[in-house]
Write a protein that binds this ligand. Structure first.
Ligand code: ADP
Ligand code: MG
Length: 246
């Protein structure tokens, strides 16, 4: 049972989110479900709400304030941008309404079989250095955390570092410093230098989250925006372990 608190906000606990996914025989949690679990664990994610109609998307946008980002909310669509399911920097209610229609049209055309929960609504975060934090499970070492810079640096250059969970603060510090792109975090071409201690805090919190939630198989925070005064995940995906067959 979900109790609706205000537009797009539901009172849900971890068990309810996981039970819902299990009952639908899926292991991928949506962006909204993933962010909800992470936020409950004290991980800094951008406030994200579900709209199930265009009117609701506009109402939530008005509550959050502009600029707004809309994204497709579907457990079947893991790469939202590729599916035409992300619209950034929306500045008016009119733009929100148009983007809502555009997203649903693109997804219906490209992924006609996808189950669609609605559209997620969040603020457009100010620019920062995009980093990624991931967790996957190694057959030998168990949960392993990954850190890297976002975008092309991770996709093309595979410039990432790894540590085994649980991390110490020293591990977190080292894994940030050992990537080749580290210089970009210290201020590049006039960009503000990133607050490294808040990135370390975030890595440690994700490590704790992985340790305390063995039913989570994978974590993907991509991107996290790193600032001179903090860090904020604007996209998140959790994948559950396959349910045990009893
Ligand atoms: P996906 O990875 O599924 O394509 P994302 O949610 O990561 O979708 O969005 C794609 C890109 O849009 C991100 O890599 C980021 O650059 C940008 N973005 C997403 N959400 C926000 C936001 N709330 N504020 C600012 N930029 C965002
Ligand atoms: Mg992403």
């Amino acid at each position: 049972m979900q109790i609706k608190l205000q537009a797009g906000k539901y009172l849900v606990n971890k068990e309810q989110i996981i039970d819902k996914a299990r009952s639908e025989v899926r292991v991928v949690l949506t962006e909204i479900e993933s962010k909800e679990l992470l936020q409950q664990a004290g991980i800094n994610v951008i406030d994200t709400r579900l709209a199930t109609s265009k009117q609701e998307a506009k109402l939530i946008s008005r509550q959050l304030g502009f600029p707004i980002v809309l994204k497709i909310a579907s457990p079947d669509i893991v790469h939202k941008s590729e599916a035409g399911g992300v619209r950034l920097g929306l500045k008016t209610l009119k733009q929100v309404g148009e983007a809502y229609d555009d997203i649903l049209l693109a997804v219906r055309q490209g992924h006609p079989q996808a189950v669609v929960h609605g559209v997620s609504v969040q603020n457009m975060a100010r620019p920062g250095v995009e980093v990624i934090i991931g967790m996957s499970k190694d057959a030998q070492f168990g949960p392993v955390l990954m850190f890297g810079l976002g975008g092309i640096l991770v996709e093309v250059l595979k410039d990432v570092s790894f540590r085994i969970v649980p991390l110490t603060r020293k591990d977190a510090r080292e894994m940030i410093k050992e990537i080749k792109g580290y210089a970009l975090l210290k201020g590049y071409r006039g960009q503000e230098p990133v607050d490294l201690s808040s990135l370390e805090d975030l890595l440690l919190k994700v490590s704790d989250f992985a340790e305390q939630n063995p039913e989570i198989k994978e974590i993907d925070l991509n991107p996290v925006l790193a600032y001179s005064n903090g860090a904020l995940a604007v996209d998140a995906r959790l994948i559950l372990e396959e349910a045990l067959i009893s």
